[in-house]
Design a protein around this ligand. Structure first.
Ligand code: PHE
Length: 360
């Protein structure tokens, strides 16, 4: 009996391994493991084995069945992964080796950017892009920040040799869009992207962060339009009961300029000092904004002429400050992201710590 079991095992393993397609494999399985198969036969003859050997034979028979089943499974897998065998690819089957790759997920900043683009596209804004390596003209001069003007200090960024630097604000894209001869007013664009500043790093300041710039140029665009767009945007982002307010501010490229605040989306000012977001102020700063300074339009008109813009005799350039007005705004994306997800330190965005990123 022992010999018989050993022979069945040996031949069975060989036959399973030799089965070159699914049909043969199933036939081999029926021959060994089926209702009328060898294993069944061995098991049912255990009763006629002398009682002294029964235990041992029983053990061998069970082992035989287990080994043949394993041989079957192994060959089944081998056939399934072999190309051209006509077997169906099963994407849900765990990979060989058992290692399962982790799925990627959306970075919290990307999630906020897609929200912003969705909201602004509903308001009629087209998404545009600009370079992170800029020249001084786009980063400063044409934005009405002349050389030696003290306003340059807060934006004097990372220089890459003479005249080139990492942009300190997305406002550069205002110039890039308007000086493009392929574009004419009316213009409604938003430009999300990365900016660089020599700021002292703390929980709310980083040397690298993201902004979204907005620009609307048309005949008779007013400060009321600006306020309307920012109010609509804040309601959409933070919830319908959020209010907005403007505080007077200064930016060289807008006149007048303002800081836009939203009423605290967490407590609306009701929780006072206990609110971790507004710290009792009742308002949170969303970003800077204002009416495009005529000096910016003048710089754009000059550049368009240099690029060969032709005007009808006596015609006014399309971006002439007597012809168009506009507004612009710039919001910090990390800030909006921190408000939305309750993140309390901007440095977390730069550390690539998986324990942080896995929470989103
Ligand atoms: N560029 C300004 C900043 O970096 C924000 C801003 C954009 C202000 C557009 C007014 C208009 O702070």
């Amino acid at each position: 009996m022992k010999d018989r079991i050993a022979r069945i095992l040996e031949e069975g393993i060989e036959e399973f391994a030799a089965a070159s397609d699914r049909k043969t494999l199933d036939a081999v399985r029926a021959k060994y493991l089926g209702q009328k198969g060898f294993v069944k036969d061995v098991l049912s003859s255990i009763g006629s084995v002398p009682p002294a050997e029964r235990k041992e034979i029983g053990r061998l028979a069970n082992e035989l069945r287990a080994k043949l089943e394993a041989a079957f499974e192994k060959q089944k897998k081998a056939l399934a992964s072999a190309p051209g065998t006509g077997t169906v690819f099963d994407p849900t089957e765990p990979p060989a080796g058992g290692e399962i790759r982790e799925l990627g997920r959306t970075h919290p900043l990307s999630a906020v950017v897609s929200d912003l683009l969705r909201i602004f596209s509903c308001l009629g804004f087209e998404a545009v892009d600009g370079p992170e390596v800029e020249d001084e003209r786009h980063n400063f001069d044409d934005l009405n920040i002349p050389k030696d003007h003290p306003a340059r200090d807060s934006w004097d960024s990372f220089y890459l040799g003479r005249n080139m630097l990492l942009r300190s604000q997305t406002s550069t894209v205002q110039i890039r869009v308007m000086e493009d001869l392929a574009r004419m007013p009316p213009l409604r664009v938003v430009a999300p992207g990365r900016v660089y500043r020599p700021d002292k790093i703390d929980a709310t300041h980083a040397s690298t962060f993201h902004q979204i710039e907005g620009l609307w140029v048309d005949r008779d665009v007013s400060m009321a339009d600006l306020k309307g767009v920012i109010a609509a945007f804040c309601r959409e982002l933070f919830g319908p009961s959020v209010r907005t307010r403007f505080r007077p501010s200064f930016f060289p490229f807008t006149e007048p300029s303002a800081e836009a605040d939203a009423s605290c989306p967490r407590c609306s000012g009701r929780r006072g000092l206990a609110c971790s977001l507004c710290k009792g102020a009742g308002w949170i700063e969303v970003g800077g904004c204002g009416m495009v300074n005529p000096k910016v339009f003048e710089a754009v008109c000059g550049e368009r002429l240099r690029r060969g813009e032709t005007l009808p005799p006596g015609g006014m350039p399309p971006f002439h400050p007597e012809r168009v007005t506009g507004f612009a705004f710039g919001f910090g994306i990390e800030r909006l992201c921190m408000i939305r997800f309750g993140i309390d330190d901007i440095r977390l965005f730069l550390e690539n710590d998986l324990r942080f990123l896995r929470q989103f």
